[in-house]
Design a protein around this ligand. Sequence first.
Ligand code: NAP
Length: 288
Amino acid sequence: MLLLDGKATAAAIRAELKEEVAAGLAAAGRAPGLAVILVGEDPASQVYVRNKERGCEEAGIRSEAFRLPADTTQETLEVLIDELNGRADIDGILLQLPLPKGLNSQRCLERISPKKDVDGFHPENMGRLALGLPGFRPCTPAGVMTLLERYDLSPSGKKAVVVGRSNIVGKPLALMLGAPGKYANATVTVCHSGTPNLAEECRQADFLFVAAGRPCLVTSDMVKPGAVVVDVGIHRTDEGLVGDCKYDDITCIASAMTPVPGGVGPMTIAQLLINTVISWKGRTGIAG
Ligand code: NAP
């Protein structure tokens, strides 16, 4: 079985970005800039933000963190977003979710300029994805697509099943897989909590993507022999981190699979860095 090593692939991407940034620095006149906003003290979010800052540093991106207290008002947050929208040295704005209770995340996400929306959550960028137009793509599904491409695994002409239809993973991933393109062009089925026979649907998949947020939901009897399995889920349990798939059992059946941790997680951050560098190139006019 082929291990789809997101950790190693992400490290290679960071090294490539570092070279790209160094090559464009003189012409651009400045390094790429990413603003990261973290509201409150959610421990998981703090880890994610630290990892994103570390990734930026390795790729030659200047990250600026804004750590705000949990009682920050909607207005204060929106004023900060407006300020960052207007700053010439900021190419991307990332608002770490979830926000503390009382804050309206959708309103904040819509406040971020679509031109700096490197997380790809703004309705304009989601609409562009649906229409097949260029724009920032959400980092987790785009990171999954990048991982497939790096391993030369093409779902073109194959049957893909996506378990989950969230706005940040399942829905955009299904759109990306079903779009034309060498590393897309799949026939896509989307499953959710209303799907009557999940096992049967999953067994049809040549490419199975699981983003249900349910630990070990997908077991080996639900996987077609030789399938490529991408596990997006991540859960902290007494036995350590686990995904949405029963990893050990499925590795005996699948032809390729992502581990948890070390699969999709690092690719999500790598994609954020890619999006930031794309924004920097466009905004400084050095894009080829
Ligand atoms: P979410 O918003 O909770 O969405 C879960 C989706 O799965 C929903 O569409 C839900 O259906 C569906 N679902 C839940 N139980 C199901 C079942 N038994 N059978 C079929 N479908 C089921 O979760 P998310 O934000 O997409 O995240 C999914 C997982 O990925 C989580 O474990 C999350 O931590 C992880 N994640 C990882 C990364 C990363 O970088 N590695 C990034 C994002 C998310 P309904 O729509 O019908 O409710």
